[in-house]
Write a new protein. Structure first.
Length: 199
């Protein structure tokens, strides 16, 4: 299995409108592969403008925010590509797409690093940050995974958050738990006989 780094990926849409989304960067030798699922704005943007920025941040509110309708994080111009970067990232990679492998479900964009920069020190691992990333992945799959699996996992992740979170991590986790709860409450209303579309 290739190594994957979780990043906030910036892309540019029509008229250069920036879009940010959490995405895995898949290691492939010296290159990174972006593999956005169909349908997604990131996918459409990469077809339109074959450049992206991978932003590495320890502010996990950005991951949780993107999945809960809070995408308005401050951006700054990049050095080489026309796509902006996240202003508060610790480091970023500016990427140019050099190959596209089409796939009905998940096309792969092979990217070359055209610029890299570090902006702030990495301050060490925090279990609550890792837990928020895991919770964000679960919340990005509310339609796909069984409800019981999501709830069990969120309860397990809440332990690390309870023990190790700072304010940012606690807030981010709260957004995700709220989104999952709303999703399942909506499902329950739609299926009064107890069936859940996610199961
Ligand atoms: C940590 C993390 C990694 C993710 N990696 C991917 C990925 O590699 N490909 C993908 O399509 N979605 C991924 N997602 C889900 C997307 O962020 C989410 O579906 C997003 O809304 C993309 O759609 P958009 O480009 O339309 O905003 C990931 C989510 C999280 C939290």
């Amino acid at each position: 299995m290739p190594m994957i780094r979780e990043a906030i990926v910036t892309t540019a849409g029509p008229l250069g409108a920036p879009h940010i989304a959490p995405l895995g960067l898949i290691a492939e030798g010296a290159h990174w592969v972006l593999a956005p699922f169909h349908p997604s704005t990131t996918l459409e943007n990469l077809r339109l403008t074959p450049f992206a920025v991978a932003n590495f941040t320890d502010d996990v509110r950005v991951f949780a925010g993107c999945l809960t309708g809070r995408r308005d994080w401050p951006l700054a111009p990049s050095e080489v590509v026309s796509v902006p970067r996240l202003r508060a990232c610790l480091a970023h990679l500016e990427l140019a797409v050099i190959e596209t492998h089409e796939d009905a479900l998940r096309p792969r964009f092979v990217c070359r690093v055209v610029h890299r920069a570090a902006h702030a020190p990495f301050e060490g691992f925090n279990r609550a940050q890792a837990a928020v990333i895991e919770a964000a992945v679960l919340v990005s799959r509310l339609n796909l995974l069984p409800r019981a699996e999501i709830e069990t996992e969120l309860n397990r992740l809440a332990v690390a958050v309870g023990k190790t979170a700072g304010e940012r991590e606690a807030e981010a986790f709260g957004w995700l738990v709220e989104k999952a709860a709303r999703f399942f409450a909506g499902e329950a209303e739609e299926a009064p006989d107890g069936r859940h579309s996610g199961n």
